[in-house]
Design a binder for this molecule. Structure first.
Ligand SMILES: Cc1cc2nc3c(=O)[nH]c(=O)nc-3n(C[C@H](O)[C@H](O)[C@H](O)COP(=O)(O)OP(=O)(O)OC[C@H]3O[C@@H](n4cnc5c(N)ncnc54)[C@H](O)[C@@H]3O)c2cc1C
Length: 423
């Protein structure tokens, strides 16, 4: 491939980090090419039609919060934002499977957390003083396991903090990075309910984050090459000089750049000596083809159950279980039966199991512990034209869509800034 006059940018990987980088660079005067190893863009954020369930499912239900400004700006830029739905206020219903108790935590929109002072809005059986450690978390400087920074016991922890941090960090919260947990609180809770509204993709994550991006990019002349796996990077004179795709080699010109937006384990294989997070955690999702009762909230936290979060969409009910290695070797039928029993109880539906599908993502995210967080590399590399992107790079956030999209934006901006300085 020949470079355009302004230089080409080769984006390796069409996950959200790679797509965000390409969206940022599209129309910048550079030739942008995306190379994706698989047949489908989206990476760990993808929707597809599942024959067994007889419907479109997501590999995992993805929640974004209204404070995830990069994710929302990206969805708006590509025209996908209309597919995100959520309540007008930040409300989180919960059910305790052990006692069948139900309550809803209702944040107030403004920055001052007066919801904490209102018994009807805060977590039942908690006192105002219980919430103070959350404020301390925001200022955590040295990274430590959460258990060393706050009390990981008691009603507030069990009924609010643990479910949220388990979902966001994808590790048992006591072992999770206090710094990453603090970043979450700083960017959402500390900004008030206006930054905490839960948003879900009504028709699947592909329709919000992936399909519109592909249309947006194609309309701007970006080439998207699927089933085009990068096998090796060739280096010379402090830069990448060639991309090796096995059946094709692409020589890079003096102004050409590369954004490596592949998962951590793939990046470390392509860049020997690169330090990356090396411990990963799984997420399990079960999708049922069934209608939830009308007006049931789109998202419910489940305490003392096997299920952790229940998502209700028209014609589809999905359950997410984080840090789910303990479930991966259970027979699939048993998983489906166990989860459906809980779903039926929470929603008041018949016990008969509807059509279902289970998606096990074994390396869903890196384990957000202090040790793994310390291994995240910056976007810049020792090679002048090679930049890293991905939810595992040093974004200061756990492995989320927000992290992936910010990393892609940053890699694209570094290329644009470099070109400005050179000019
Ligand atoms: C089940 C599940 C549930 C989740 N839930 C949430 C949620 O609720 N909220 C949230 O914010 N985040 C959630 N996440 C995390 C979110 O999906 C990820 O943070 C994000 O999708 C990562 O994007 P990425 O671009 O960094 O990586 P990836 O999506 O992994 O993209 C990397 C791409 O590179 C490609 N690739 C790999 N090697 C090569 C190669 N050699 N050549 C070319 N291409 C290559 C891969 O095929 C892939 O398409 C969830 C993740 C999972 C798995």
């Amino acid at each position: 491939m020949h470079s355009s006059e302004n230089g080409a940018v080769h984006v390796i990987g069409a996950g959200l980090a790679g797509l965000a980088a390409a969206v940022r660079l599209a129309g910048s005067g550079r030739a942008v090419v995306i190379h994706e190893a698989t047949m489908q863009p989206g990476g760990r954020c993808r929707s597809y039609y599942d024959q067994t369930a007889g419907m479109v499912i997501d590999n995992g239900t993805h929640l974004v919060l209204s404070g995830n400004h990069a994710a929302l700006a990206y969805a708006k830029a590509i025209g996908g934002i209309g597919g995100l739905d959520g309540p007008d206020v930040a409300e989180f219903p919960f059910v305790d499977m052990a006692t069948n108790a139900r309550w809803t935590v209702r944040f107030n929109d403004s920055v001052f957390p007066w919801w904490i002072f209102d018994r009807k809005r805060r977590v039942p059986q908690t006192r105002v003083a219980d919430y103070l450690p959350l404020a301390r978390l925001v200022w955590t400087l040295d990274d430590k396991p959460l258990a060393e920074v706050m009390n990981c016991k008691g009603p507030l922890y069990e009924r609010l903090i643990a479910p949220f941090f388990l979902a966001a960090l994808n590790v048992e919260p006591p072992n999770g990075s206090a710094k990453l947990a603090g970043a979450l609180v700083r960017e959402t809770l500390a900004k008030g309910g206006a930054a905490c509204r839960p948003l879900l993709a009504r028709e699947g994550i592909g329709t919000v984050f992936v399909d519109p991006a592909i249309t947006f990019l194609q309309e701007r002349g970006v080439q998207i090459r699927l089933q085009h796996e990068l096998r090796a990077l060739r280096f010379g004179n402090g830069r990448v000089v060639q991309l090796d795709f096995g059946d094709e080699n692409i020589a890079l010109g003096a102004s050409d750049n590369v954004i490596l937006a592949v998962p951590a384990y793939a990046a470390s294989g392509l860049m020997p000596g690169l330090q990356t997070p090396s411990v990963f955690r799984g997420i399990l999702n079960v999708h049922f083809r069934a209608d939830p009762p009308a007006d049931f909230p789109s998202m419910t936290g489940i305490i003392n159950g096997t299920s952790e979060w229940l998502f209700a969409f028209p014609g589809r009910i999905s359950v997410t279980i984080s840090d789910a290695a303990h479930m991966f070797n259970m027979p699939r039928d048993e998983v489906a039966q166990t989860i459906w029993k809980e779903v039926a109880k929470v929603l008041g539906l018949p016990d008969k199991l509807p059509p279902w599908q289970i998606v096990r993502e074994r390396r869903a995210t890196f384990a957000a512990t202090p040790e793994q967080n310390a291994k995240r590399p910056a976007a810049e590399t020792h090679w002048s034209n090679l930049f890293l992107a991905g939810d595992w790079t040093a974004t200061g956030l756990p492995a989320t869509l927000e992290s992936a999209i910010r990393s892609g934006n940053r890699a694209a901006d570094l290329i644009s800034e470099g070109a400005r300085i050179a000019a």
